[in-house]
Design a protein around this ligand. Structure first.
Ligand SMILES: Cc1cc2nc3c(=O)[nH]c(=O)nc-3n(C[C@H](O)[C@H](O)[C@H](O)COP(=O)(O)OP(=O)(O)OC[C@H]3O[C@@H](n4cnc5c(N)ncnc54)[C@H](O)[C@@H]3O)c2cc1C
Ligand code: FES
Length: 357
């Protein structure tokens, strides 16, 4: 048994079970209502019940007064439906709706997904959640004031942990620390969400999603978010790596087309030694996408990975495949500004620096 909830003024609707909060039900079905703590503390999820019955759950009187309740206000992270509902709540649809916050986070799990890739699960304090759009990134703030950006690999509804996929850059300040001395329960500080690389939900166009290496992280978030929404836009995901080990979540990606007829998945290796017995596609990942989709005039493209890959994809998709410029969305894993400064200084002094990937 469950209830139908209609959100005004957008008139979007979703289904809520009696034992889940209205916010949980909305996020589970891909509808972004505003929230902060998801724990009845901050008041960010406050909405108004226009028709129907709710239980206020664990909402405290100091956050939601008796007078507020009398006129229908509710904390949607605490309230549960007791009948079909009509509620009023702002829907979070754009970057302007997304508060940027600085928060401490505890390293919950470190999972070595490949020799050079670590999946980092971060947990925020018990009464904190980070609201973001699928595909955005956060900055990890380092002790010396520098910052390093990492894409969020989890979809917004699945936010018990924030998931990062980090590739080891030998000699890199943050990733050397991560791969050598960082341990579970360490505390980091992060700031976000940032970036305009997120799923455009107002479009019905088929999507080409192209990831290079750990650029898979935000692509995974976008696919999982679209699936949670029940969005059936055709999606063709390409994931490129140098060697087989770079495709560190291959099993997960291979499941998508098996479970969803509107998703295709193509892994591509750029360097495939004979002993890897690779029977799949080879070459540059964006060229594999072009070979299958020479005409992108009716598509949207979401591309994420090294600066060289993103630049080449942008140029070739627009120039050779008629992709409209405003349908190309990308996050390029550029060096941090302080790294660029160091590289410029070292170039001026004729010191050799590591090339871009
Ligand atoms: C928007 C955005 C999102 C990002 N998301 C991710 C992500 O999800 N996963 C991920 O793994 N990375 C991601 N990055 C890259 C990440 O922010 C760091 O730049 C990277 O992890 C290196 O940090 P570091 O402190 O270890 O190295 P630094 O101390 O910055 O660099 C040390 C040396 O390594 C070289 N170097 C730095 N970066 C690279 C590189 N990418 N390739 C080759 N050589 C390099 C530099 O020449 C420098 O000499 C993202 C970057 C941006 C801008
Ligand atoms: S009170 Fe903070 S999200 Fe509901």
């Amino acid at each position: 048994m469950g209830f139908q909830v209609i959100v005004q003024p957008g008139r979007h609707s979703f289904h809520a079970e009696p034992d889940e909060t209205i916010l949980e039900a909305a996020l589970r079905q891909g509808l972004s209502l505003p929230y902060g703590c998801r724990d009845g503390v901050c008041g960010a999820c406050r909405g108004q019940v226009l028709a129907g019955e709710i239980a206020h759950g664990k909402a405290q009187l100091d956050v939601l007064s008796e007078a507020d309740r009398q006129v229908g206000f509710a904390l949607l992270c605490c309230a549960m439906a007791r009948s079909d509902l009509s509620i009023e709540s702002r829907e979070v649809r754009s970057l302007a709706d997304m508060p940027i916050r600085t928060l401490p986070a505890r390293v919950h799990r470190l999972i070595r997904a490949a020799p050079e890739v670590m999946i980092v699960e971060l947990k925020l304090a018990a009464n904190e959640r980070l609201q973001f759009l699928a595909g955005q990134y956060v900055d990890i703030l380092l002790k010396d004031g520098k910052r390093r950006s990492f894409s969020l690999a989890n979809a917004p509804h699945d936010d018990a942990c924030l998931e990062l996929h980090v590739r080891h850059v030998p000699g890199g300040q943050f990733t050397d620390h991560l791969f050598s001395t960082m341990k579970e329960r360490d505390i980091l500080r992060l700031r976000g969400p940032h970036g305009s690389f997120f799923l455009r939900e107002d479009s019905a166009k088929p999507m080409l999603l192209v990831a290079g290496g750990t650029g898979f992280a935000p692509i995974k978030a976008i696919v999982e978010h679209a699936l949670a929404q029940g969005n059936e836009r055709p999606m063709h995901v390409y994931w490129g790596g140098r060697a087989f080990a770079d495709l560190y979540l291959l099993r997960l990606a291979e499941q998508w087309p098996l479970q969803h007829a509107h998703i295709r998945f193509t892994p591509v290796l750029s360097e495939s030694p004979a002993d890897e017995h690779w029977a799949g596609r080879t070459g540059l990942v964006h060229l594999a996408a072009i070979a299958d989709h020479p005409d992108l005039s009716g598509h949207q493209a979401y591309v994420c990975g090294s600066p060289a890959m993103v630049a080449a994809a942008r140029q070739d998709f627009l120039r050779h495949c008629q992709l409209p410029a405003d349908e190309f969305f990308a996050d390029s894993f550029d060096y941090a500004a302080d790294t660029l400064d160091a590289m410029k200084a070292s170039q001026q002094s004729n010191t050799r620096v590591a090339p871009h990937e």
